[in-house]
Design a protein around this ligand. Sequence first.
Ligand code: IPE
Ligand code: IPE
Ligand code: MG
Ligand code: MG
Length: 341
Amino acid sequence: MEMFDSEPEAFAKYTPLILEAIPYVIPKGNTVLESMLKYHLGLIDEQGNPAELPQLGKLMRPILALTVCEALGGKPEDTVNAALALELMHNFTLIHDDIQDEDEIRRGRATVWKIWGKNMAINAGDALFTIATKASLSTQLSPGKRLRIANVILDAIYEVIRGQCMDLQIEGKPSTSEASYIRMVKAKTGALIGASFQVGAISSGANIATVNKLKNAGVLLGIAFQIKDDWLGVWGESSKTGKSNTNDVQQRKVGYPVIAAYSLADSATRQKLSRLYNNKDPRLSTEIYKILDSTDSSAKTLNAARQYKQMSDKFLLSVLPESPASASLVSLSNYVVARDR
Ligand code: IPE
Ligand code: IPE
Ligand code: MG
Ligand code: MG
């Protein structure tokens, strides 16, 4: 596994730009809707007290977009709101995802639905979608670029939602083929990371061939990202990820570790896995962990993440001129598979 001592410098470089822009996109008002939005975006805590600096996640998508933009000679400052739009869209999908997955913790805090209920949380997600769309149209870029960016992001979100449908369809089915799993994560996670690369490239004025190659790099990196997320959902530390490391198994979600265990197991164990995944009784989860741990599914999962990352790097290196920003993009791609949060 790639070693890293600290987070890539792109995080420290771009995070303030993105965080500073967040308060301005939340509509004025003091209703429950603004409370939910401010809470989810880390501006206030559960009691409504302001947080000093927004407590968000890794900001992976906007940071990738701004790094790509700079690597291609563009000006990151001009496209901050489009980068922010990617983050807001991501957060809209997370609010709904936590309802769908019945996850109670995200970023170390209670999920929106856990506090306000599922019906209300659906409204928060919907609102965030509208805010994100507006942000994507509000950059300093030319009207033509703004429209292209909004289109790219909206097309990606359609893909994400299609992927979320596939995710729900394969829940409880460990016999799902690796190909179906990859189609699912390519949509639910690859699409928006692909769009992040496209947004960066379009902002910089890159030609269409470059934009498309970078999209491919982003989609592949997104697949690697999700496979690592699946690994963290089983073997990660909650105190670092800010998420549960038992809920994926408890909800019988079919992530890469399960697909890997099924493919490595003998036929009796496969049948057992299918039976266990057909029943959400929490007492059966220990049996599932035993199978995940007794097969080589952890190593196979990490290996798959690395392979997709390497495929992504090939596309990246085929189009990017050598520069500090390109190097920074490669260190971000290393981080995607090496991260522990
Ligand atoms: C979590 O995304 C959902 C996936 C697509 C795997 P992130 O891991 O980017 O979440 P945050 O934004 O950093 O919290
Ligand atoms: C990731 O969903 C994709 C989207 C949110 C669209 P997951 O359900 O796999 O991610 P986490 O682990 O809850 O963040
Ligand atoms: Mg989830
Ligand atoms: Mg999910």
